[in-house]
Design a protein around this ligand. Structure first.
Ligand SMILES: NC(=O)c1ccc[n+]([C@@H]2O[C@H](COP(=O)([O-])OP(=O)(O)OC[C@H]3O[C@@H](n4cnc5c(N)ncnc54)[C@H](O)[C@@H]3O)[C@@H](O)[C@H]2O)c1
Ligand SMILES: [Zn+2]
Length: 409
C-alpha cells in the first residue's frame, strides 16, 4: 500500500496541497520537510503535551536538528482542559520571546488537542505561519490532523474559536500507537467507525472481519485502517475545505456526541462520545425506516467489540437536548443532524424534531431503554431479517415496549 497520500483543495481560504506520510520512525522527518518547496524555516518550535513530550520529544527534536540549528520545545499539561486561549496565549508569548517570524515553523506533536491548539496558534501568530502535524493518537491519525480545522474551547463550548489553517505536512510514525492508553485507542476507534459508516463500506466490513487484529493493534492491519480513514477524509476535505456542504458529513455522531461530552464534563474521551452519538444516529435512522433495524444492532455490537460505551451513563435526555440546542443556535437556528441511509450513505437532515432528538438521546441512556428501542425498531422492520432472535427475547422486549409507549416517551 502507498506510504503517502496527497490532500489538495481550494476555495475561499486559498488552494492547498500537502502530503500525509506514513513511516515507522521519526528519522525521515528532516528529509520530508526538505522536500517541501518554499519551506525553509529558520526556527522550529515543537509543541507537545506533557505525556507525548516525555515519550517522543527527544526523537523528533533529533530529526529536526538535521534541518535547523534553532529548534526549541514548548510543552503544556496534557488534556482537553488545556485547549484554551490561555494556553495559546502562553505559546504566543514563548514565540515572541524567541523572535519567531513568518518564515518559522511550528510542529504539533501529539493528539487532537495538540494539533488543534498548535494549528490555531500557527493560524493566528503574525497572521499565519506554517505548521506541521505529527499526530500520535489514533484519533489524530485518522481524523483531526487532516483538513485544517484548528481551534480552542471556550468555557464549556467546544471548538468555539478557531480557524481553517492547513498543515504543510502530516507525518505519521505508525509505531507510536504502541504507547497509546487503551481508552484513547478506543476513542480513536470511535472516529474510525464513524468514517467507515459515512464513507467506506469496505472499511466497515474490515472492522468486522479483522476485529481481533485491530484490537491487538497489529501494525499492518492498523496501517490499512488508518490509510482508509485518511483517504475518506482527504476526499471530503478536497471537495469542501471550509464545511459549506459535504464536509458536514464528518459530523456524523457529533451532535449528540458533543452534547454527551459536555454533560459528562469532558470525563469521557471525545471518540467515546462520538461512538454514543453514532449509535443514537443509527437508531434514529432505523426508527425512520432509513436503515434496517438490525444494522443499528450491528453498530451497537461493533462499538462493544472495540470497547466503546453504549450507554452515556448518568445524564438526562433533557440535558442532552438542551446541550444540542446550543449547537443548534450556532447552525443558523436549524439543527443539522447526520443520518444514515446505509453504510457509506450518510446525509444531512434538517428535519429532525426535538422529539426525535429526545428519543435519540434517550436511546443511549440506559440498558433497558436501549433494548426496548431496538425491539421497537425491529418490529417496524421486516421481521424475516431478524429470524435469529428468539421468541422468548421478543416476548421480554414486548412488555417493555408497551411500558415505554404508555409513558409517552
Ligand atoms: N481538528 C479536527 O478536525 C478534529 C477532529 C476530531 C477531533 N478533534 C479534537 O481532537 C481532540 C481529541 O483528540 P485526542 O483524542 O487525540 O486527545 P488528546 O490530544 O488529549 O490525546 C489523548 C491522550 O492521549 C495521549 N497520547 C497521545 N498520543 C499518545 C501516544 N502515542 N502514546 C501515549 N499517549 C498518547 C495524550 O497525551 C492525551 O493524554 C478534541 O479536542 C477534539 O475536539 C479535532
Ligand atoms: Zn470528532
Amino acid at each position: 500500500m502507498a506510504d503517502q497520500l496527497t490532500v489538495a483543495g481550494g476555495g475561499k481560504t486559498g488552494s492547498f496541497s500537502y502530503d500525509i506520510l506514513w513511516r515507522d520512525s521519526f528519522s525521515a522527518l528532516g528529509d520530508a520537510l526538505r522536500q517541501i518547496p518554499d519551506l525553509r524555516p529558520g526556527r522550529i518550535c515543537i509543541v507537545s503535551d506533557s505525556n507525548v513530550a516525555e515519550l517522543y520529544m527527544a526523537a523528533v527534536r533529533r530529526a529536526l536538528e538535521a534541518l535547523s540549528a534553532s529548534v526549541c520545545e514548548w510543552v503544556f499539561p496534557a488534556g482537553e482542559e488545556s485547549k484554551t486561549l490561555a494556553t495559546v496565549t502562553e505559546l504566543y508569548g514563548f514565540l515572541i520571546e524567541r523572535h519567531f517570524d513568518r518564515h518559522d515553523l511550528l510542529i504539533a506533536l501529539g493528539g487532537g488537542v495538540t494539533g488543534d491548539l498548535t494549528g490555531f496558534a500557527a493560524a493566528t501568530y503574525l497572521r499565519g505561519i506554517d505548521f506541521v502535524q505529527i499526530p500520535t493518537s489514533l484519533l489524530a491519525q485518522v481524523d483531526s490532523s487532516i483538513g485544517g480545522k484548528t481551534g480552542v474551547d471556550m468555557a464549556m463550548y467546544k471548538n468555539m474559536v478557531g480557524s481553517f489553517h492547513q498543515p504543510r505536512l502530516v507525518y505519521m510514525n505508525t509505531r507510536v500507537l504502541e504507547t497509546l492508553p487503551d481508552g484513547q485507542f478506543a476513542s480513536g476507534m470511535g472516529e474510525v467507525i464513524k468514517t467507515a459508516l459515512l464513507g467506506d463500506p469496505a472499511l466497515y466490513a474490515a472492522l468486522q472481519t479483522e476485529a481481533e487484529k485491530i484490537r491487538e493493534r497489529d501494525p499492518d492491519v492498523m496501517a490499512g485502517v488508518i490509510r482508509a480513514c485518511c483517504a475518506v477524509k482527504a476526499d471530503i476535505v478536497a471537495q469542501d475545505p471550509t464545511e459549506k456542504g459535504v464536509r458536514a458529513l464528518l459530523n456524523l455522531g457529533h451532535t449528540l456526541g458533543h452534547a454527551i461530552e459536555k454533560c459528562r464534563n469532558y470525563e469521557l474521551p471525545h471518540g467515546q462520545c462520538v461512538g454514543l452519538g453514532l449509535l443514537a444516529a443509527a437508531r434514529l435512522s432505523a426508527k425512520r425506516g432509513l436503515i434496517p433495524a438490525d444494522l443499528a444492532v450491528q453498530i451497537r455490537d461493533l462499538l462493544q467489540v472495540y470497547d466503546l460505551p453504549v450507554s452515556a451513563g448518568d445524564v438526562s435526555a433533557q440535558d442532552l437536548l438542551l446541550a444540542t440546542k446550543s449547537d443548534k443556535k450556532m447552525a443558523d437556528g436549524q439543527i443539522r443532524f447526520i443520518l444514515l441511509r446505509g453504510i457509506g450513505q450518510a446525509y444531512v437532515d434538517k428535519t429532525v424534531t426535538d422529539d426525535e432528538l429526545l428519543w435519540a438521546a434517550a436511546s443511549v441512556l440506559s440498558r433497558s431503554q436501549t433494548d426496548t428501542q431496538e425491539h421497537e425498531d425491529m418490529t417496524q422492520a421486516d421481521t424475516k431479517e431478524h429470524g435469529d432472535r428468539s421468541q422468548a427475547d421478543t416476548q421480554k422486549h414486548d412488555d417493555r415496549t408497551q411500558n415505554t409507549a404508555a409513558a409517552g416517551k
